[in-house]
Design a protein around this ligand. Structure first.
Ligand code: BGC
Length: 810
């Protein structure tokens, strides 16, 4: 069952029922100001950091009820309705929500009145703008009222929802004309406030929530809206809100438009006040002037659309498979921008007050984003590296505003360091900017400990190289990529963190997954050493990688698949000898994509085992059999009921690893079939089962052991976004940026017989055509570049050439 449809021409998903199985959301904003917006108008806004600079409130534990949003109420006689259906839930005569690239549009109608509400965050501005157009489609005139509503968060979202003994007394606002200013804490240490304004005179306003809603009322039945009379309330403590009341008289056929703006405004510290206690409104007033008319609004929306069209023109494909094209050309890349911006901080499943930016997460998010805006990726790499410790280990998470590591969680996740090499290599392959390696970057945010980025990478590499266990495999620490495989923690009491309880390091527990990573990114490191002329170091790195491969063959192989780990007692994890958790997906995918086992048949065996033991119709499960009991020596992985999350869920992030691994074996059909299983557009028809948005990936789909097998959870913020885009674009379609040119090496299903690709890369445009009339799955037979045959599958750079026309025969 579907709840909408893709409009590829407009690059939108159009939702046709407000009652989607779960809120289906969109992200507005590209750089600093962000808004989460659901298909019923729910969500909240923040500036840079969802924890520290939250503009509006949202209720937690709130999916699917989705309580809290930026709402527009229309009062038409006794009927009150919302274009987004929520919060009144008045039945609508028609409803559509268009989630587009950086904007959302609601088109609804009730009793002959049509509303069109468009919201977006303008490029380069710290605000959200909303256009509301009301049209009277009846033969009689209408006297309507339009009420806006936002509920301000008192900036620090954690404090806002916990520290009421203070913050019920701190709320302050100012009102001037149609502009409402939320200025809580501005009197003391803050130099910023929020503005909520409309470009028309108001009949009234409210800034105090309880006056607006009425005691004991909810958003569904606000007293002011139902009575039709604003109270002009001035918040004094309690809960400040912004609400405008607009009287809208419409002749038959007439339309009226209003532009609302919700902004974050910062003043210089020495220019905070206009007069004592009165905030300096100059920047707010200037901003209002920029969005005073519908024409200005439209021009800014057109700029946003041009911005996205330009970004997406970096990589486009035509494969003959409509769903593949739409995901690769639009939604994968869009989701990559969102994960790049948010890491794992703010979604409908991440509170915005928790994890902040993940070290490993953000390094991987770069892979799918770096081709869009390499300069921003560059800055991100520097930010991430600045949180690394001198010994090469790293803070697992950091706060986006302060860019400081979170000490509550600390370090000890032993895969983290290697991801920095991976992210940096991806950036240099895209940009050829080797100068980043010479950037001076602090350790632990301490400038006195700054070293070159190359030195950071060296310490990353050496951290793994020097932290080996009894089998010469890498020590796992608190956990590796699988945050829930906690082999050194032994937590027995509820409430203790599975990860940070106990020692961070143990001398015995080892990870075969990190071993696979070391092979892959150790080789990347060796290449970087060579590029820097450090040949001895490169030789040593390659030798260490070869030793690691031997260690995997000797003690990391279980007979039919790669072992997962050794626990703190040296017992095997992920072996046929175990009762549960006999096979894990991570080392199968990662070792094979790193090239381990290609020469001795292990790779093929591992893939066969994955297919036989882990694959379901909804994707590949993370492990089997699911753990039935809690195991102290394994930690959180065994805490989940069977089939969920890391305990045998389909953890989407690692499905592309298996698909990429299949491309390493030349299996185009298998790689594509795995890609399709978890790809949202291919499961759109079963949205009642899948339940999350059909245009983006979710972190997890319930596995075979779970009651609701096939049900997805935790949409949007997942490493699946980046990895799947890498898989689809670089491995299946096979267009990979590299140091010496663009590699074109498709591994496609035999059903794709004709492939057209455009790739902008290193200042040139590549127009690529692949003829696969032979219905091959892998293997470039012939490549002609600008009329000349070139051997191999890399299009080498040629001085001064800005257009490469590439004709490939498979
Ligand atoms: C985390 C990742 C981790 C994954 C698997 C996600 O929630 O953000 O860092 O790799 O879970 O445990």
């Amino acid at each position: 069952m579907k709840f909408g449809y893709f409009d590829d021409a407009r690059k939108e998903y159009v939702i046709t029922s407000p009652k989607t199985p779960l809120p289906w959301i969109n992200y507005l904003g590209c750089e600093s100001f962000f808004r989460l917006i659901s298909n019923t108008g729910g969500g909240y806004a923040f500036y840079k950091d969802a924890k520290l600079l939250r503009l509006t409130r949202y209720r937690y534990n709130n999916v699917p009820s989705d309580d809290g949003g930026h709402y527009y109420y229309i009062k038409d006689g006794d009927t009150v309705w919302n274009p987004g259906w929520q919060p009144t839930q008045t039945a609508l005569d028609s409803y559509e929500c268009h989630h587009g690239l950086g904007y959302s549009i609601f088109k609804s109608s009730k009793n002959g009145v049509a509303a069109e509400v468009t919201t977006f965050v303008p490029i380069g501005k710290n605000c959200e703008v909303t256009s509301v157009t009301l049209t009277n489609n009846t033969a009689a005139s209408k006297d309507l009222q339009l009420f806006s509503y936002v509920e301000f968060c008192l900036w620090n979202a954690m404090d806002d929802m916990t520290n009421f003994q203070r913050n019920f007394s701190t709320g302050e606002v100012e009102v001037k004309g149609s502009a409402i200013y939320h200025k809580t804490e501005y009197r003391e240490r803050r130099n910023h406030y929020a503005l909520f304004a409309v470009n028309a005179p108001v009949a009234g306003f409210d800034t105090d929530r309880d006056s607006f809603l009425g005691a004991y009322n909810g958003y569904r039945n606000p007293e002011v809206v139902f009575s039709g009379a604003s109270k002009n309330s001035m918040a004094s403590g309690w809960a400040p809100i912004g609400s405008h009341n607009l009287k809208v008289s419409l002749a038959p056929g007439e339309s009226k438009n209003f532009i609302f703006i919700l902004a974050y405004i910062e003043n210089p510290r020495d220019d905070k006040w206009e007069s004592r206690g009165v905030i300096n409104k100059k920047p707010a007033e200037a901003l209002m002037q920029e969005f005073a008319t519908k024409a200005q609004f439209d021009a800014s929306l057109a700029e946003l659309s041009a911005y996205w069209n330009n970004l997406l023109s970096t990589f486009t494909v035509k494969t003959g498979d409509e769903k593949l094209d739409r995901m690769v050309n639009i939604w994968h890349q869009y989701q990559c921008m969102v994960t790049f911006n948010m890491s794992r901080s703010a979604s409908y499943y991440e509170s915005g007050i928790g994890r902040g930016m993940g070290f490993r997460d953000s390094c991987q998010d770069l892979f799918g984003f770096v081709h869009l805006i390499p300069d921003r990726a560059r800055q991100r790499i520097i930010d991430i590296a600045s949180t690394q410790f001198e010994d090469g280990s790293a803070y697992h998470q950091y706060q986006p505003l302060t860019k400081k590591g979170n000490s509550d969680i600390g370090s000890g996740f032993n895969d983290d360091p290697l991801w920095l090499i991976a992210g940096t290599a991806a950036y240099i392959k895209e940009s050829h900017d080797f100068s980043i390696l010479d950037e001076i970057v602090p350790f632990d945010n301490d400038e006195s400990k700054a070293q070159t980025l190359m030195e950071h990478l060296r310490r990353s590499f050496n951290y793994t190289r020097t932290h080996l266990g009894p089998h010469k495999l890498p020590l796992i620490g608190r956990a590796d990529w699988n945050d829930c495989l906690n082999l050194n923690c032994f937590s027995e009491e509820p409430g203790e963190s599975f990860q940070t309880f106990g020692p961070s390091e143990g001398p015995v527990a080892e990870s075969v997954f990190i071993a696979g990573m070391f092979v892959k990114y150790g080789r990347e490191y060796a290449v970087l050493c060579r590029k820097k002329g450090l040949n001895d170091e490169a030789d040593a790195a390659e030798a260490a990688v070869n030793d690691m491969i031997q260690a995997i063959y000797k003690d990391g192989w279980d007979g039919e698949w790669f072992l997962r780990a050794y626990d703190a007692f040296g017992e095997k994890v992920g072996s046929h000898e175990c009762e549960d958790g006999q096979i894990f997906i991570e080392p199968q995918g990662f070792c094979v994509l790193a090239g381990v086992g290609l020469e001795n048949g292990y790779a093929q065996k591992a893939m066969d085992s994955v297919e036989a033991k882990l694959e379901t119709k909804y994707g590949v499960m993370i492990l089997q059999p699911a753990y039935k009991d809690y195991h102290l020596n394994l930690g959180e992985v065994s805490s989940y009921p069977p089939g969920y999350k890391e305990n045998a869920g389909i953890f989407c992030h690692n499905n592309p690893w298996v698909s990429i691994a299949e491309t390493c074996l030349g299996h185009g059909n298998r790689a594509f079939s795995l890609y399709k299983k978890i790809c949202p557009a291919y499961v759109e028809e079963i949205s009642e089962i899948h339940r999350t948005e059909p245009y983006v990936y979710s972190q997890m789909v319930a596995g075979r052991d779970a009651k609701n097998h096939g049900e997805a959870k935790n949409s949007w913020l997942t490493g699946t976004a980046a990895w799947t885009f890498v898989n689809a674009s670089q491995h299946i379609i096979g267009v990979r940026p590299d140091y010496d040119g663009l590699v074109i090496d498709p591994c496609i299903p035999d059903t794709i017989t004709d492939l057209t690709i455009t790739r902008k890369f290193s200042g040139a445009v590549y127009n690529i055509h692949v003829d696969n009339s032979a219905k091959s799955q892998y293997g470039v037979k012939k490549m002609i570049v600008n009329g000349k045959e070139v051997s191999g599958c890399t299009v080498p750079f040629e001085e001064g050439v800005t257009e490469y026309n590439v004709e490939i025969t498979m």
